[in-house]
Design a protein around this ligand. Structure first.
Ligand SMILES: C[S@@+](CC[C@H](N)C(=O)[O-])C[C@H]1O[C@@H](n2cnc3c(N)ncnc32)[C@H](O)[C@@H]1O
Length: 216
């Protein structure tokens, strides 16, 4: 399958997509499961929440979110990768109120009901900046007033000031779109898209951030 954005590193394919969770576990030296659980715990999920998981991948995060719901809440995972779709459906097959939809996050779309929360982990950095704006507009349009956007991704930092021991692997592994993502003021950008009341949590020496933003 050819990529929509050839320089994107988030359009994971082939073996990387097939073994995505394992790769994340190994690359984080086994820290990933505990890390991702602690990020989901900061979302402030209410038992009846309707949650959108954009670029949902294998369903690992959906499973964690689902633990915070009761029978009334539900989760919709959106992704474009057939390999991820297969894993998501398999990993979430025992979860009531979880659905998958093959849907590009970067083209306008409208869902049947508005959502309480929209979660996007390690997706937004992997697009050209104008495409990121479209994704944020899509999320805004599908959230309830007062709904929360949760972006788990790289934090804001200067690549030039990053210690060389981190900078070289970051530059080697990450797609080029990530390099401008980290230099931008995301609270300001989200503010121009109609979000406010920001909350931040940091991990991995402050290089990874969960940014929560409320739709006005
Ligand atoms: C780096 S992975 C992260 C997966 C998951 N969010 C996680 O944290 O485990 C990026 C995901 O975004 C999906 N993706 C890439 N481009 C997309 C697009 N335009 N629309 C929807 N999903 C997309 C990929 O298929 C992949 O599952």
């Amino acid at each position: 399958m050819s990529k929509i954005y050839p320089d994107s590193g988030v359009e994971v394919q082939g073996l990387v997509a097939r073994h995505y969770d394992l790769i994340m576990n190994v690359m984080s030296l086994g820290l990933y499961p505990k890390f991702i659980r602690s990020t989901v715990a900061k979302m402030g999920i209410q038992p009846k929440d309707c949650i959108l998981d954009l670029g949902c991948g294998t369903g690992r995060n959906t499973r964690l979110m689902h633990q915070h719901l009761n029978g009334d809440g539900h989760i919709l995972g959106l992704d474009i990768s057939p390999i991820m779709e297969k894993q998501y459906k398999k990993n979430c097959r025992d979860l009531p109120n979880v659905k998958f939809r093959h849907q590009r996050a970067d083209v306008p779309f409208s869902l049947d009901t508005p959502y309480d929360k929209a979660w996007m982990s390690f997706v937004l950095h992997g697009f050209p900046h104008e495409v990121r704006s479209q994704i944020i507009k899509n999320i805004y349009n599908n959230l309830k007033p007062g709904g929360i956007l949760c972006i788990l991704d790289f934090a804001e930092f200067s690549l030039a000031k990053m210690p060389i021991g981190y900078r070289l692997p970051f530059k080697a592994i990450e797609c080029k779109y990530a390099f401008d993502f980290i230099e931008r003021d995301w609270k300001n950008i989200l503010g121009t898209h109609g979000f406010e009341e920001f909350e931040e949590h940091f991990w991995f020496k402050n290089y990874v951030r969960l940014l929560l933003a409320k739709k006005k």
